[in-house]
Design a protein around this ligand. Structure first.
Ligand code: PMP
Length: 343
């Protein structure tokens, strides 16, 4: 067995069947409607007998129109996880360091390790912003940062990201899984820089986590290298057809989901304050609430049929629960549950 794997534990988070899943930042408002309609068209005899497109051209064209970038700057894969994994293989040699702003998405360090790179955590500043100076001081050939970050929810300040992009000695990966909910994306700029790759996903704002579809954005040269590591046919025919329909037809639906999520985020935070709790500001589709005992609070919510995610002892933050924003009625149920938390 590969030495680097001895310290790894396979990712296994799974929720028991629950009435309301507010635990994994998927879309609690549903899925893009054209995606669901497009599924039916594939349900014909022979509809799935052929391989999918190896270049995923239909989807890359649709994404290019939407984002305002050339299709050659886009690489779809099996979730943004796949692109992060592939980038760690393609963009550094075994043994190289991957510096990342921590705490962040757990799979960043996992994929570094599973590709025999050395993950190096650089703590966020006390204001939960990226410590650009400390990240750059590592001289790591790969720097990963997520904006908005998960689980801190913070959008990284543009000045700090720009400093990292301008001064990084190697590649910078910006994970934008939650970019639709924030005020800024680096996707277009990534296509003009030789050393920047942005990852995005259909799992969150588009409501299509079950499809397993994400994409990377960057210069055609960089994207071409990551494609070699990703390999062919990672985007299946269903995912391509369904997501292309969504990107072509459901942009107004997406805008509505984003507006409802942003409004719901503020409303939920306001309701928490009304019952004496103190949530942290968020730029993503989830709110965060520091608590004394994250496990106890998550277990209590579960008894009311609501899954939320508890994090224990996050560096610089402590225990917190992370709550995906859904329809107001569901958020109100959760507020009721939190209000009745035995002390
Ligand atoms: N990046 C971040 C920051 C995430 O929170 C997640 C999902 N939890 C992902 C990437 C993975 O997304 P995907 O479903 O596209 O693999």
């Amino acid at each position: 067995m590969r030495d680097a794997y001895r310290v790894l534990t396979a990712y296994r988070t799974e929720w028991p069947p629950v009435e309301h899943n507010l635990a994994d930042n998927t879309n609690a408002f549903g899925s893009a409607p054209s995606a669901i309609a497009a599924l039916a068209e594939l349900a014909t005899p022979g509809g799935l007998a052929s391989y999918p497109s190896v270049t995923v051209t239909g989807l890359r064209d649709a994404l290019g129109d939407w984002l305002g970038v050339e299709p050659a700057s886009l690489l779809p894969g099996c979730g943004s996880n796949d692109l992060l994994d592939s980038a760690m293989r393609a963009l550094a040699d075994p043994g190289a360091t991957v510096a990342y702003a921590a705490p962040t998405f757990v799979m960043a360090s996992y994929f570094a390790q599973s590709n025999s790179l050395r993950p190096l955590a650089v703590p966020l500043r006390p204001d939960r912003q990226v410590d650009a100076g400390a990240l750059l001081a590592t001289r790591a050939p790969v720097i990963y940062l997520a904006s908005p970050n998960n689980p801190s929810g913070t959008a990284t300040s543009r000045e700090l990201v720009r400093t990292v992009l301008d001064e990084a000695p190697g590649i910078v990966i910006i994970d934008e899984a939650y970019a639709e909910f924030a005020d800024h994306s680096w996707a277009v700029e990534a296509t003009h820089r030789p050393n920047v790759m942005v990852t995005r996903t259909f799992s969150k704002a588009w409501g299509l986590a079950g499809l397993r579809l994400g994409y990377a954005v960057g210069s055609p040269e960089l994207i071409g290298e990551v494609e070699k590591a990703r390999g062919p046919f990672k985007v299946n025919a269903v995912a391509e057809r369904v997501a292309t329909a969504a990107v072509r037809n459901d942009r107004a639906w997406l805008a509505d989901v984003v507006a409802r999520t942003r409004a719901g985020r503020e409303r939920f935070a306001g309701r928490l304050r009304e019952i004496g709790l103190d949530p942290l500001a968020s730029a993503a589709n989830f709110d965060r609430l520091p608590v004394d005992d994250a496990q106890r609070v998550a277990a209590h919510a579960m008894r009311s049929g609501i899954a939320i995610r508890g994090f224990k002892g996050l560096p610089g933050i402590g225990d917190l629960v992370r709550v995906t924003i859904g329809p107001d009625e569901v958020m109100d149920l959760l507020v009721d549950a939190l209000e009745s938390l035995p002390s």
